[in-house]
Design a protein around this ligand. Structure first.
Ligand code: HEM
Length: 412
């Protein structure tokens, strides 16, 4: 972490990320990275993220209403798609002021285009298998269905974002009202990005800030639905702090800051993110010869850091790190970490997740809203809810393979 700029993402990893995220912060290296990060960083600080609390709360309420409707229709509800939609709507609105509205309308073109390219399909799974055998540059030149899906989706989503950015630029040059999203804060701070760069950063926010939180929410619902004592204890804390999600009044950012003062909610969120990191590996390549723990390694050496291994290592954590135990964070604000670098879910140092505060706040609101609205019982995973355990697929993020079914009982 101290020598972050001595290591870069390998050309293959970088190319893969660029094809989805555009040429934004995730793939920038060296001085370009320093410059971009300096421009974006202030907009991700706590005061700016706090301005988004009303958005997080509004979307939480909308999610609760949609789940309520679904629970009235069916005995069990598969929450995966709801979590996909609420997190996509939030990152687009909070990142660059775009109202996708996929929660209210799953057929909205933005959502269907995005899902085609950004989330794994059967074609993507075939592609990943082929990628184990063939170098990526060969796959890139083949007319594979996956290549077509991905390029088509990135083009379609990119052009919608471009239209939005142009529209926002025009409104702001006409002295339009300022918004609270991340890109607006960047612009107010004297943004130095041109339109192409703005579009790339928006694509980056979508790619980096959607599926990561959606998967964390899936895990949160799963863990709370199988650990009913944790769910009930959390509900008791939430009840005394947070307004009812069905209330029609709109609390402001200050009123909603109560979410920052709930130790058990923070403990549950920390534990979900520690035990189930949505990004499982960091990939790096040395830009010059390096000495690592006394070993001389040549330029170009490749490293894979397993986030899951660090987060669950008995050598680095004091109480059994393989179990879901939010109390480790209640007993000790560092969760019993023996080494500060043991908790790697958001990475650390100059290349750590710039969206960490955004992600933590969004998760806290949605989890608080859900336990306040429903008693949640686990019903099964898989396409028809036929399995008792979670099956995962490993891409850039670790995802639920299919289906997370729960029984939802509305609480008054
Ligand atoms: C639970 C949610 C999230 C997790 C676990 C997570 C995790 C991570 C990790 C591990 C990295 C480092 C990747 C690497 O160096 O290879 C990263 C970087 C990044 N994340 Fe997140 N992320 C989350 C949510 C978000 C959100 C909501 C946003 C934006 C709105 C975001 C934007 C970014 C960006 C732009 C980077 C690149 C930072 C840089 O290289 O300077 N992330 N994230």
């Amino acid at each position: 972490m101290t020598y972050a700029y001595s290591y870069v993402k390998s050309p293959a990893v970088s190319k893969l990320l660029k094809s989805v995220l555009g040429e934004g912060l995730v793939v920038a290296e060296g001085d370009q990275h320093r410059v971009q990060r300096k421009i974006l960083q202030p907009a991700f600080k706590l005061p700016s993220v706090k301005e988004l609390y009303p958005l997080f709360w509004r979307k939480t309420k909308e999610l609760a209403r949609k789940l309520q409707d679904a629970a009235e229709d069916k005995n069990t509800v598969d929450v995966l798609d709801y979590n996909n939609r609420v997190t996509l709507d939030i990152v687009a609105a909070g990142g660059f002021g775009m109202d996708i509205g996929s929660l209210s309308n799953p057929k909205t073109p933005f959502y269907t285009e995005y899902m085609k390219g950004f989330l794994p399909s059967k074609h993507a799974q075939v592609y990943r298998l082929l990628a184990l055998i063939f170098p990526e540059w060969i796959l890139d030149t083949l007319p594979l269905k996956r290549n077509q899906e991905l390029r088509g989706a990135v083009r379609a989503v990119g052009s919608r974002i471009r239209e939005k950015v142009a529209d926002l630029d025009e409104k702001s040059s006409l002295g339009g009202q300022s918004r609270n999203d991340i890109m607006d804060v960047v612009r107010r701070d004297g943004n130095e990005f041109d339109t192409d760069m703005l579009v790339n950063q928006c694509l980056t926010f979508l790619g980096a800030g959607h599926d990561t939180i959606a998967q964390s929410l899936n895990w949160a619902i799963y863990e709370l639905s199988v650990n009913k004592n944790v769910q009930e204890r959390l509900r008791q804390e939430v009840k005394t702090h947070v307004p009812e999600p069905v209330e029609t009044s709109e609390p402001d950012a200050d009123a909603l800051a109560c979410v920052d003062n709930m130790p058990y909610l923070a403990a549950v969120c920390n534990e979900i993110i520690r035990l189930h990191p949505p990004i499982h590996h960091l990939h790096r390549q040395a830009v010059h010869p390096v000495n690592l723990c006394g070993h001389e390694l040549p330029k170009g050496s490749k490293f894979i850091i397993s986030i899951g291994t660090m987060n669950r290592s008995p050598e680095l954590w004091s109480t059994d790190p393989s179990t879901f135990d939010p109390d480790r964070w209640v007993a000790d604000p560092n969760g019993g970490m023996k080494d500060r670098q043991a908790f790697l879910s958001f990475s650390q140092g100059p290349r750590s997740c710039i969206g960490e505060r955004f992600a933590r706040a969004e998760m806290a609101f949605i989890i608080a809203g859900l336990v306040q609205s429903f008693d949640i019982d686990f019903a099964g995973t898989g396409e028809d809810g036929q399995y008792d355990e979670v099956k995962l697929e490993y891409g850039t993020t670790t995802r639920f393979e299919s289906g997370l079914f729960v029984r939802l009982k509305r609480l008054q």
